[in-house]
Structures are given as structure tokens and as C-alpha cells.
Design a protein around this ligand. Structure first.
Ligand code: HEM
Ligand SMILES: *[C@@H]1O[C@H](CO)[C@@H](O)[C@H](O)[C@H]1NC(C)=O
Ligand SMILES: *[C@@H]1O[C@H](CO)[C@@H](O)[C@H](O)[C@H]1NC(C)=O
Ligand SMILES: *[C@@H]1O[C@H](CO)[C@@H](O)[C@H](O)[C@H]1NC(C)=O
Ligand SMILES: *[C@@H]1O[C@H](CO)[C@@H](O)[C@H](O)[C@H]1NC(C)=O
Ligand SMILES: CC(=O)N[C@H]1CO[C@H](CO)[C@@H](O)[C@@H]1O
Length: 314
């Protein structure tokens, strides 16, 4: 574990401020302009890109592997989870072609995804919510099986979540802070409907879920077999990024078992209580996103800068 954390820190240390300052000075601006343009057309895009960046970083590090298409011989990460393919890959491809026009083969897809996720989530604030260091290189391997082992599942308990994050060099503090990303976006019913209808296999409800909230969720998700309906995360109705996840969580209105699991230990519950304070949440979220964005990054001459984000260079 120590060695792993050391490696993560070292590799993260290869990222720089304005890595493309000389090789592609326009890169950050092109990415930001394009991202904001897409956000204005799709208010759900910030959530999609944020989740995509998280998935990228948790499988083989932040190396753009989540963006690769499956091939005749290989099922890629993208195709591991049903409906992941609706997550905004087209937007990344579009941003990439604009960057490629000015600076061929210079800017990695992994960096574009990290910057676009930050710029999309920050759009409502008109200033960046966290710093994105750059210099990531793109990987050439993407395996669906690795997404299944490295991406935490919504029914994970505290131990499983902690172990999953620790394997990526992230702490319990990072886990509680980054779970705050669940203040925005949507979730499919099947990610939590066991809590409503069959929690322990006896047709029961999860006692750690607020019963009024459960009754509301049942009006949206009518049965265990519903895999297509989605529910909005923002309980206040707004798609705004804020710290509301935490007061909701503390009122037993966390949507997933993995959200509720954060209340099962004193340490993580204490962190959740602190993060109710929005300034504290924004400060800590920025720190944890910088740590997540540095997981196992490829640097120097490792990997490549893909020309198209969905295929490796030939
Ligand atoms: C702690 C473990 C985590 C688990 C078990 C988890 C699980 C999930 C699941 C099952 C969904 C719903 C997907 C769907 O039904 O379409 C989701 C959505 C989402 N997750 Fe997580 N997640 C975790 C951590 C994170 C982290 C660290 C981030 C980012 C920093 C994140 C960002 C998001 C976002 C933004 C969405 C909404 C996506 C959309 O609206 O398209 N999650 N997560
Ligand atoms: C990757 O797959 C997507 C969705 O199937 C498709 O639209 C895109 O053209 C593919 N990329 C390449 C380079 O073939
Ligand atoms: C798929 O595998 C076959 C046989 O191993 C090989 O000839 C072919 O080049 C591979 N195709 C791709 C796209 O990797
Ligand atoms: C968490 O889940 C794992 C795997 O199902 C199980 O072995 C473990 O006992 C659970 N831990 C707690 C504290 O419930
Ligand atoms: C609830 O779970 C039990 C045990 O896994 C299963 O036998 C039963 O069919 C489930 N009920 C429904 C409605 O799916
Ligand atoms: C929201 C969405 O795209 N849902 C799709 C998920 O996948 C199933 C089957 O693969 C489709 O039927 C849904 O429409």
C-alpha cells in the first residue's frame, strides 16, 4: 500500500501547470470555449463529463482509456457498463478535433477530458472550481473487465469503498469528499431499487433510507425490473453543483447504498458533517479532484497523444 501511494504521488508529480504553454498555447482556451458551448446545449453535460473523468482515472489511471472504442478483438471499458455509451464521448471527440486542427498530435485525450470535466462543472461559477495540471499521455489499452473490477458499485459497503479508493491511493477523506459529486446528475433505478423493494430478499426496504424519500423514489421506479427510468440527484430540483449532498445524506436521503455507507463509520460521518459547509466542501473537493486527476498518469514518452480519442494511433 505504501509503495502504491508513493508511485501515485511520483507519477502525479510529473504533471505541470500549463504543460502546453509552448507546444499548444491555445489548448486550454479551445477546450474551455468548446466545453461551455456544449454545456449550454446540454445542462446534464457537467455530470456526464465529471463521471467520465472519474471512470477514466480509476481504470489504468487518467489515461483516456475510457474513451477508446471496442474493436473486433477487444471489449473496451466503455462497453462494460450498460448505457455508459451515452456519457458525452461525442463531446470529447468534438473538442479533440478542434484542438487537433491547431495542434496536431500534441494534446492528450486524457488532459482534454480532465480539463473539460473541470470547465463543465465550473461553468455555473464563471471561474474554475479546481486546478487541472496537465501533461498526461494517452494509454493504448482499454479492457471492459478492468472497469468491472476497478469502478466501485452502488451497493458497496464502507469497507469495499475504502479498499477500492485505497487501491488508487485515495483516502477515506477523498472518498467522502468526492462522493459529493453525487449532488448532480442522474441515476438509473436499478442502481438503488433493491433498497426500495427487496433489500434483504424479503421484499423489504432499506431501513437506512428515509421512508418519505423512499416513497417518492417508488413513484419514479415502479419495480425491481425497471432498468431504464432515471431519477435526478438534486433533491432541491436544481442541477447546481453545491454541498447539498451532505445535509441530504445526513437525513438518510443518500440515493445509493454506497452513499449511505458513508454514515456507517464515525470517521466518515464526521467528515460528511464538516462538508455541509459549502466553502469547506469546495476547498476539499478541489484538493481531492487534483489527487484523483493524478492517479497513475502516464508521462514523458509513455503512451501517446491520440489523434482521435476513440481509437489508438496506428
Ligand atoms: C464512491 C463510489 C462511487 C460509486 C459507487 C458511484 C456510483 C455511481 C452510479 C451507480 C451512478 C449512476 C449511473 C447511472 O445510473 O446512470 C453514478 C453517477 C454519477 N457519479 Fe458516481 N459513484 C461513485 C463515486 C463517484 C465519484 C468519485 C465521482 C466524481 C468525482 C462521481 C460522479 C458521478 C456523477 C457526476 C454521476 C452522474 C452521472 C450522470 O448524470 O450522467 N461518482 N455514480
Ligand atoms: C467509436 O464509436 C462511436 C459510437 O459507436 C462512433 O460514433 C465513432 O465513430 C467510433 N470512432 C471511430 C474512430 O470509429
Ligand atoms: C484480431 O485478432 C486477429 C487474430 O488474432 C488478428 O489477425 C487481427 O489483426 C486482430 N485485429 C485487430 C483489430 O486487432
Ligand atoms: C462488506 O461487504 C463484503 C463483501 O460482500 C463483506 O465480506 C463484508 O463483511 C461487508 N462488511 C461490512 C462491515 O458489512
Ligand atoms: C427478492 O429476493 C429474493 C431473494 O434473492 C428472491 O427470491 C425474490 O424473487 C426477490 N423478489 C423480487 C420481487 O424480485
Ligand atoms: C437512458 C438509456 O439510454 N437507456 C437505455 C439503456 O440500455 C437499454 C438496453 O441496453 C435501453 O433499452 C435503454 O433505452
Amino acid at each position: 500500500m505504501l509503495l502504491l501511494s508513493f508511485l501515485v504521488v511520483c507519477q502525479g508529480g510529473s504533471l505541470k501547470k500549463r504543460f502546453y504553454q509552448n507546444s499548444c498555447p491555445q489548448a486550454d482556451d479551445i477546450i474551455k470555449t468548446k466545453t461551455l458551448h456544449h454545456v449550454s446545449a446540454d445542462p446534464n453535460l457537467p455530470a456526464k463529463l465529471l463521471r467520465l473523468h472519474f471512470h477514466d482515472c480509476f481504470v489504468r489511471g487518467c489515461d483516456g482509456s475510457v474513451l477508446l472504442n471496442s474493436t473486433a478483438n477487444n471489449t473496451a471499458e466503455k462497453d462494460s457498463i450498460p448505457n455508459l455509451t451515452v456519457l458525452g464521448f461525442d463531446v470529447i471527440d468534438d473538442i479533440k478535433s478542434a484542438v487537433e486542427e491547431k495542434c496536431p498530435k500534441t494534446v492528450s485525450c486524457a488532459d482534454i477530458l480532465a480539463l473539460a470535466a473541470r470547465d463543465a462543472v465550473s461553468a455555473q461559477f464563471k471561474k474554475p472550481l479546481w486546478e487541472v495540471l496537465t501533461g498526461r499521455r494517452d494509454g493504448t489499452v482499454s479492457k471492459s473487465s478492468e472497469a468491472l473490477t476497478d469502478i466501485p458499485a452502488p451497493f458497496f459497503n464502507f469497507t469495499q469503498l475504502t479498499q477500492n479508493f485505497a487501491r488508487k491511493g485515495l483516502t477515506v477523506h477523498d472518498l467522502v469528499v468526492l462522493s459529493g459529486a453525487h449532488t448532480i446528475g442522474i441515476a438509473h433505478c436499478n442502481a438503488f431499487s433493491n433498497r426500495l423493494y427487496n433489500f434483504t430478499g424479503k421484499g423489504d426496504q432499506d431501513p437506512s433510507l428515509d421512508s418519505t424519500y423512499a416513497a417518492f423514489l417508488k413513484t419514479k421506479c415502479k419495480s425491481l425490473s425497471d432498468t431504464t427510468t432515471t431519477v435526478e440527484r438534486g433533491l432541491g430540483g436544481s442541477g447546481n453543483f453545491n454541498s447539498h449532498y451532505y445535509p441530504n445524506l445526513l437525513q438518510k436521503k443518500g440515493l445509493f447504498q454506497s452513499d449511505a455507507a458513508l454514515l456507517t463509520e464515525d470517521q466518515s460521518r464526521g467528515i460528511a458533517e464538516e462538508l455541509v459547509n459549502q466553502n469547506k466542501f469546495f476547498t476539499e473537493f478541489a484538493r481531492s479532484m487534483e489527487r484523483m486527476g493524478a492517479i497513475e498518469v502516464l508521462a514523458g514518452s509513455a503512451g501517446e497523444n491520440r489523434i482521435k480519442c476513440s481509437v489508438v494511433n496506428s
